[in-house]
Design a protein around this ligand. Structure first.
Ligand code: BJ8
Length: 430
C-alpha cells in the first residue's frame, strides 16, 4: 500500500457509484475519524499509522487492489457473518470482503424497503448496496448470506434483487449431531457454488494452505488481545476495535504482517510498562452485537469518560479469532471440511439455541482481563442479543460483577443519555 493521494473518481465512476451521495459520505468521514481517533487519544502505538492510513483512504487503495484482482479474473465475494468460512473462498482463488454496515448514513436508501424495527446493521448494509455508495459492493460477484437471525434471513430476499446472493443455511440448535452434519453439507454446497462462480476446483493442498494462513491471522489478533491483559493497557479499545474492523476486508497476507508488527510493539510496551491509560484505570468488557466500521460510538463515549475497554466479546472482538482448528492434517477435503465445521460451530453467537457457552466465555474474559465492569451492548431490535443480555446481566450481577446493558443504534440522538448512564456506571466502579 502506498501513501500517495490518488484520484479515485474514474474508478468510482466506472463502478457506477452514486458520486454525489458518495461525496457526502466521504466528506463526513475524515472529521469523525479525526475527532474519535486522532484528537482524543494520546501515546497511541506507532504501528497504528498503518490503520490510520487505511481509514484515510477507505474507498481507495483496497478497492483499487480488488478491482485489479477482478480485472485479472479473480472473483470478489461479499460476506456478513463469522459463520461463512473465509478459508474456503480464498482457497478457490477468490477474495472475500466483510460488508456489514456501521453507519446510518446509508439508511436513506433502505428505509422504504425495511420496517423500522430492524437492527441498524441490516439497514446500513442494505442501504450501501441499494444506494450505490459502496465500491466494495459494486465489485462483488456474489454475496453470501446465512440464516442466523430472522432479520438477515428476510433481508437476503431484498439483497437478491440487487445482487446475486447465496444463502448458507446455518443450523439453529448447533449442539446436535444432525445440526453439525447439516452445517457440513451446507459448507459442501457452498463450495460447489463457489467452484461454479470461480471456475476453480477446491483441492486439499489449497484448502490446507488457507486454513493455516487464516489461523496465523487469528494468532496475531490473539497476541494483540493478550497484550490488552496488561495494566497499564498498551492500546485503547478504540484502536483495538479499528484493527479488528479492518481485518474483515483487508488482504490477509498484509494483515498477518501488520498485525504481527503491532503485536510486537504492544508486547514491547507491556515489558516497559507503557500504556495509553494510567495504571489502575477502570477496565471494561464490551459484550454483544458486532460493531462494523465506522461504528465507534460506545467505545468513544466510554474511553472519553476515562475508562479503558480491554476486551470485546463480539464478532468484531474475541468471537472473530478465539476458536481454532484442532489440526490441519486431514487427507481429504471431507476431513478438512469437518475440521472447519468444528471450528466455526464453536463460535457462540446468540442466534443459536441454547447458547450457554457464551456465558462461560464472558466469565473467562472478565477474569483473564481483570475487568471491573461489563457493558452489554446490543443494537436495538436485535432480538437474539437483547434477549440473551437480560439473562446474562442477571447471572453476572449474581456473581458480583457490575453490569450495564445498553440498547442503541447508529444515530447520535441518544449520545447525551448514554453518556449520563455510562458515567454513573463508571462512578459506581470506583
Ligand atoms: S456470528 S453476531 S456476525 S450472526 S445485530 S444482523 S444478529 S439482528 S450480526 Fe452476527 Fe454472525 Fe452472529 Fe456474529 Fe441479526 Fe442482531 Fe442485526 Fe446481527
Amino acid at each position: 500500500m502506498g501513501c500517495e493521494k490518488n484520484d479515485w473518481y474514474p474508478m468510482w465512476k466506472a463502478l457506477n457509484i452514486d458520486l454525489e451521495k458518495h461525496d457526502q459520505l466521504l466528506e463526513a468521514f475524515p472529521n469523525i475519524f479525526t475527532e474519535v481517533y486522532l484528537n482524543s487519544q494520546k501515546n497511541r502505538p506507532k504501528n497504528m499509522a498503518f490503520w490510520d492510513m487505511v481509514v484515510g483512504d477507505i474507498h481507495g487503495i483496497r478497492v483499487n487492489e480488488l478491482k485489479n484482482a477482478k480485472d485479472q479474473g479473480k472473483k470478489i465475494i461479499g460476506t456478513f457473518c463469522l459463520y461463512v468460512p473465509d478459508e474456503i473462498i480464498f482457497a478457490l482463488d477468490a477474495i472475500s470482503v466483510g460488508l456489514c454496515g456501521g453507519t446510518n448514513f446509508s439508511n436513506y436508501a433502505s428505509e422504504e424497503l425495511l420496517p423500522t424495527n430492524i437492527c441498524a446493521l441490516i439497514k446500513s448494509a442494505l442501504g450501501f448496496l441499494v444506494g450505490r455508495i459502496c465500491p466494495y459492493y459494486a465489485l462483488t460477484d456474489l454475496l453470501i448470506g446465512e440464516t442466523t437471525c430472522d432479520g438477515k434471513k428476510k433481508a437476503w430476499e431484498i439483497f437478491n434483487k440487487h445482487k446475486p446472493i447465496y444463502v448458507v443455511e446455518t443450523p439453529q440448535y448447533k449442539e446436535r449431531d444432525q445440526a453439525r452434519q447439516h452445517y457440513i453439507e451446507e459448507i459442501k454446497s457452498l463450495i460447489k457454488k463457489l467452484e461454479e462462480i470461480t471456475g476453480n476446483k477446491l483441492t486439499v493442498e489449497k484448502l490446507r494452505e488457507w486454513m493455516i494462513k487464516f489461523s496465523e491471522k487469528r494468532k496475531q489478533l490473539k497476541r494483540i488481545y493478550q497484550a490488552r491483559k496488561a495494566d497499564p493497557v498498551p492500546i485503547s479499545g478504540k484502536d483495538a476495535l479499528l484493527v479488528s474492523q479492518i481485518a474483515f476486508y483487508d488482504d490477509p497476507d498484509r494483515q498477518i504482517e501488520m498485525l504481527g508488527k503491532l503485536a510486537d510493539e504492544l508486547e514491547e510496551r507491556v515489558k516497559n510498562n507503557i500504556g495509553v491509560f494510567e495504571k489502575g484505570t477502570k477496565r471494561i468488557l464490551i459484550s454483544g452485537t458486532p460493531m462494523a466500521i465506522p461504528n465507534w460510538k460506545i467505545h468513544h463515549i466510554i474511553e472519553s469518560l476515562g475508562a479503558a475497554i480491554v476486551a470485546e466479546e463480539t464478532c468484531t472482538g474475541t468471537r472473530y479469532f478465539q476458536s481454532e482448528f484442532k489440526e490441519f492434517n486431514g487427507n481429504s477435503l471431507d476431513d478438512l471440511i469437518e475440521i472447519i465445521a468444528e471450528r466455526y460451530l464453536s463460535i457462540n453467537c446468540a442466534c443459536f439455541t441454547p447458547n450457554d457457552n457464551r456465558k462461560q466465555d464472558i466469565l473467562e474474559l472478565i477474569k483473564e482481563f481483570q475487568v471491573d465492569g461489563a457493558i452489554f451492548y446490543t443494537l436495538s431490535f436485535c432480538q437474539p442479543y437483547e434477549m440473551e443480555s437480560i439473562q446474562l446481566e442477571k447471572s453476572l450481577k449474581a456473581a458480583g460483577i457490575p453490569v450495564l446493558s445498553i440498547s442503541t443504534d447508529y444515530s447520535s440522538d441518544d449520545e447525551g443519555q448514554l453518556k449520563t448512564r455510562i458515567e454513573a456506571f463508571l462512578e459506581m466502579l470506583k
